[in-house]
Design a protein around this ligand. Structure first.
Ligand SMILES: *[C@@H]1O[C@H](CO)[C@@H](O)[C@H](O)[C@H]1NC(C)=O
Ligand SMILES: *[C@@H]1O[C@H](CO)[C@@H](O)[C@H](O)[C@H]1NC(C)=O
Ligand SMILES: *[C@@H]1O[C@H](CO)[C@@H](O)[C@H](O)[C@H]1NC(C)=O
Length: 290
């Protein structure tokens, strides 16, 4: 290990410790979330501090936040299905309920036992996506809970794995790139994606390993709640950028030096697909990639 790597891992360790102390803020699932489908495939554990979704050939399951949000620093702690999870998709995302929707995605694409699980991220604005970036993991995401976070304020959207920023989508409206503005709901689900998820759909779900189980914790929400009825009211959205919300504070406008370094290292080592450099899908470099 060189000294940069030592610092990198020391920071990660420190952040895990902080994470543990923060986990006490957990609230019961029912406070902020509802089961949205597959009710009989959902199990509440530890007085509602933990929820298990399972998937078999009959059904998967999902849950969503009761409210929509106009900004926030969202998080869930997730432990992914273990062993052979090829074809199985665990999803955690923010999405608006509109036709031309905004959406910020974490998708965990299962794999055969011993083969790497993929972390796919995507960003949709006004219904336009095709912005996938994919990563390998630097730990076993099926062995333990890890925190997956999305910061969304007026300045940028940042995806985090634990305390490491892995992706930034900047507010580039000044160069004509659309930026999410619509109130979004928090959603998580476990479903069969074997038509596309693993090796482009060639590796199928092995149902003899069902039920597949994903576990979730961390049901407190740091978000600016909005009334969905007012979803197109720009004035309401502006309130969500108020400095009364801590994630709008100057220190969340851009990464600090240490975060920047961790961001660069993780992308260099673990990102294995980037739409920005896929000239067959995007012959012209998307403006936000320049
Ligand atoms: C969530 O569940 C509660 C009680 O079960 C219900 O009153 C409410 O309408 C549900 N909300 C949504 C958005 O489904
Ligand atoms: C993007 O940033 C501009 C300032 O550069 C700001 O006026 C605008 O409100 C931001 N857009 C969104 C959707 O947050
Ligand atoms: C599915 O899993 C079973 C039990 O482990 C195994 O015997 C079988 O070969 C697997 N099928 C495929 C297609 O991998």
């Amino acid at each position: 290990m060189n000294s940069c790597q030592v610092i990198f891992f020391a920071v990660v360790l420190l952040c895990e410790v902080l994470q543990l102390s923060r986990a006490r803020d957990d609230v019961n699932f029912d406070v902020n979330y509802n089961i949205t489908w597959g009710k009989d495939h959902v199990l509440s554990l530890n007085q509602g501090r933990q929820v298990q979704l399972s998937m078999d050939i009959q059904s998967g399951a999902g849950f969503g936040s009761k409210l929509s949000y106009g900004s926030g620093f969202f998080h869930l702690r997730i432990k992914l299905p273990g062993k052979d999870s090829a074809g199985v998709v665990t999803a955690y995302y923010l999405t608006s309920t509109t036709i031309n929707h905004d959406e910020l995605d974490f998708e965990f694409l299962g794999n055969r036992e011993g083969k790497p699980i993929t972390l796919q991220t995507n960003v949709f604005v006004n219904g336009q996506g095709n912005r996938e970036q994919r990563f390998r993991f630097w730990f076993d995401p099926t062995a333990d809970f890890h925190t997956y976070k999305i910061l969304w304020n007026q300045h940028h959207v940042v995806f985090y794995v634990d305390e490491i920023p892995i992706r930034i989508f900047k507010n580039n409206t000044n160069i004509g790139v659309s930026y999410p503005t619509q109130p979004m709901q928090i959603v998580a689900s476990l479903w069969d994606g074997d038509s596309w998820a693993t090796d482009g759909g060639q590796t199928k779900t092995n149902w003899s390993h069902a039920p597949f189980k994903a576990h979730f914790q961390g049901f407190n929400v740091n978000g600016c709640p909005l009334d969905i009825q007012n979803s197109l009211n720009i004035l309401v959205q502006q309130q969500c950028y108020s400095s009364n919300y801590w994630w709008n504070d100057r220190k969340f406008w851009k990464l600090d030096k240490i975060q920047q370094k961790a961001y660069q290292q993780v992308r260099q080592k673990y990102m294995n697909y980037d739409y920005c450099s896929d000239r067959s899908r995007h012959p012209n470099i998307p403006p936000e990639c320049k």
